[in-house]
Write a protein that binds this ligand. Structure first.
Ligand SMILES: [Zn+2]
Length: 82
């Protein structure tokens, strides 16, 4: 069972659909059960749509940092994964 950190690490690959099916299935399951990661996934998808055209492929590093900070803040709040 992947943790939130695992999910974030795989997030760009997950969105690029270049993960192996087994990993993708586990991450799908994590998103279904974890509201924090669901929000992050949703936000990232929307952001990528905005970026589409001017910055194809991969989440910009600055955004990745921002997301990581947001998740860590949330995890500290809710003690997610314990
Ligand atoms: Zn999570």
């Amino acid at each position: 069972m992947p943790s939130c950190k695992d999910f974030l690490r795989e997030l760009t690959d997950y969105l690029d659909s270049c993960l192996d099916p087994e990993t993708k299935k586990e991450l799908d399951k994590h998103v279904e059960e974890c509201p924090t990661c669901w929000v992050i996934l949703d936000t990232t998808k929307k952001t990528l749509k905005i970026y589409k055209g001017c910055a194809p492929k991969a989440v910009p590093a600055a955004l990745e940092d921002k997301l990581m900070a947001a998740v860590q803040a949330k995890m500290a709040e809710r003690k997610c994964g314990q």
